[in-house]
Design a protein around this ligand. Sequence first.
Ligand code: MN
Length: 424
Amino acid sequence: MRIDLIEQYQIHPHIAYLALADGRVEISLPLSSKRLRVASNIAFIIKGFSPTLIQAKEAFIHPLGLQVFATLVKYMFILPADEIGFLSSGVSVAVKYPAGCPMDFYGIDDLIERDVVLLHAPLSTSITTDLSVAGGGRRVRSHLAQMLAHPNGLKSRPGVLLDADFGESLALKQLRLFDLGDIVFQPTKDNVDTVGKRVSYLIQKITSQGAYPVILGGDHTLAYYSIQALSHNYPKLGVMQFDAHSDLYSVGAACDEQLNHANVMHWVRRMQHVQSLWQIGIRDVFHQPTEGFTLQKAPRIQTLSAYEAETAGYARMYAALNPNVPWFISFDVDVLAGSEPPDTATPVLGGLNFYSILSCFEYLFSHYRIIGMEFVEIGDAAQGAHGASAVVARLISRFLFSLRQTTAIGQNLYIPGDNVNSFS
Ligand SMILES: [Mn+2]
């Protein structure tokens, strides 16, 4: 991880110190796996910094030396002053049943290009009555984890993932799917912006390694943080939004100025790096007030409605998508045909059918550079085999297959017994 030093820092307010038998001191942070062993004089200097004081970087570098300072910044013992509000509680926490290989924040350093990193962001501005979408991403993770799990629960054994729809086999050791866990959310302390900033921070780190984030929401407000964060590595980006709603709602009231899951695409469409925004599966019918509004052209926004996609297909969109920019997929599960609670909280009649979406994704994965995806508005409740979280897990599985070397299964079968080659 490259560290760009900025001007002002603060010491982490919750460093724990443990004196070791060899005279050194182990320092650690809550919710962090990283423990550093430092000389007692260094620990003494660190303890002396006031956690409430913002100081110039020289005030830290002078007593500690540049190398120790940079290490303490890298491992978050010293934090950039303007980031302390969302970093001091940590950024993500490991989960008990990860999908793929569990990874902590510091593992991001070791990612290589085209690695896929899963994270769940329990971020929500929606006022929900019965069904929350804040934690719905966890449902997708458990589907994926089950899909990948050894049938006898064994870990780290050789195996392949067989995809019967596509007749493909993928060696699990090639998968390179890493699970960062859940973004830290402390209900009593955090708001949407704190959680959103943690997401942005992680996406910047992940994409600067050339790896691809797959973010599970949360509601669609997530797009504001995720797509903004992508600008650091992608000065030109296309966005494909699969959604029943345009999320461009304006009602002519004060809430139009406040970011929420129904107006988030107004923020996205204004982002400099977003060259094109395709809205796919849109089908809502609603009353738009006109008093106090002007009707303007929005040339960067294009639409493939659910009606067009399901009756005429996706060809018009494929012909128009620019293959020379990287694309990010922002997927609201209410785009799916038949999505009702508990799959999602805001269902709309109609929608895209599973195989129609699956074939669209196959086309996108093979013709365009998809540099990440997010899936939002997933209901946090048990869903059936055809539920939104099952669909999302399936789409993610195809992303993984598309990035790796796969083998055609053909007429081959795995038959119990030792490999015959071992006898020859
Ligand atoms: Mn949406």
